[in-house]
Ligand binder design. Structure first.
Ligand SMILES: [Mg+2]
Length: 267
């Protein structure tokens, strides 16, 4: 099988970013040569050290599906299709009446980004090194938002709300990248990976959890539980009782136990 996982609040503790409670399951997956793919809203600069610590040599889905980052790619570090400069050029060319309505991370220093996001200054600096998307604050009217979206669409870009931020990108989602990333890993390893298992804790993970063969909603007491997901009634999507990496570990051990000996699991 192949595993896709969100980081913050899922594989990592929300506050400490610690993953140690998931080590038993990660070791069990490594022993079975199951690839684990990170799918996160973080940038490549933010997750580089995390991939090293997790000992993952797989491609990662970054910036909420905006792009794919693969530091251990067979052909050398790959961050294909980076389009940040194109996004910034489009924003810089906005008509004056729209330009004042949007302040992107590229318009802010690390201190301002830290204040807005709650990240520490060092991580805020890494969060501002973007490849595929530009989050920012939109302060205009609904009419101006429609005009902004029309302007962006003419350049092949879109704007989506993520919490308090409006994020400009080419589109793309964690779910939409799953099959392409699986294909990259299959090509490297010369074998097929199936089924797809996905783990996440938040609304931004919903599509990924629903698209997987097995989805796991990891409990996150910091926000209200997700509304029922497609596949939940049939048991294809399950929920953990424990939060963060503890829940990740328990769910993954249970999935390994269920799939062991079944025809679906040949690892
Ligand atoms: Mg999360």
């Amino acid at each position: 099988m192949i595993v896709f996982t969100d980081l913050d609040g899922t594989l990592l503790e929300p506050d400490t970013c610690d993953h140690h409670a998931a080590l038993p399951a990660l070791a069990a997956l490594a022993a079975r040569a199951v690839p684990v793919v990170v799918a996160t809203d973080r940038t490549a600069a933010e997750i580089g050290p995390v991939l090293v610590e997790l000992k993952l040599d797989t491609p990662a889905i970054v910036e909420n599906g905006g792009g794919v980052f693969w530091p251990a790619a067979p052909a050398g570090p790959a961050e294909a299709d980076a389009c940040y400069d194109e996004i910034r050029a489009c924003l810089d060319a906005l008509p004056a009446r729209l330009k004042g309505c949007f302040a992107g991370f590229g318009d802010m220093d690390a201190r301002r980004i830290a204040a807005l996001t709650g990240l520490n200054r060092a991580r805020a600096a890494r969060a501002s090194r973007r490849g595929f998307s530009e989050p920012g604050l939109f302060t205009g009217s609904e009419t101006q938002l429609v005009a902004l979206r029309r302007h962006l669409a003419a350049h092949g870009l879109c704007a989506e709300r993520h919490g308090r931020f409006l994020t400009v990108s080419r589109g793309g989602s964690k779910a939409g990248r799953m099959n392409a990333v699986r294909a990259l890993v299959e090509r490297r390893d010369g074998r097929r990976y199936w089924p797809l298992v996905a783990l996440g804790d938040a609304e931004e993970d919903r599509e990924m959890l629903e698209a997987a063969d097995y989805g796991v909603v990891v409990a996150n007491p910091a926000h209200p539980p997700l509304a029922e997901l497609d596949g939940e009634r049939e048991g294809r999507v399950i929920r953990t009782e424990l939060p963060g990496p503890m829940g990740w570990n328990a769910a993954m051990i249970e999935i390994l136990r269920r799939l062991a000996g079944s025809a679906e699991f040949d690892a």
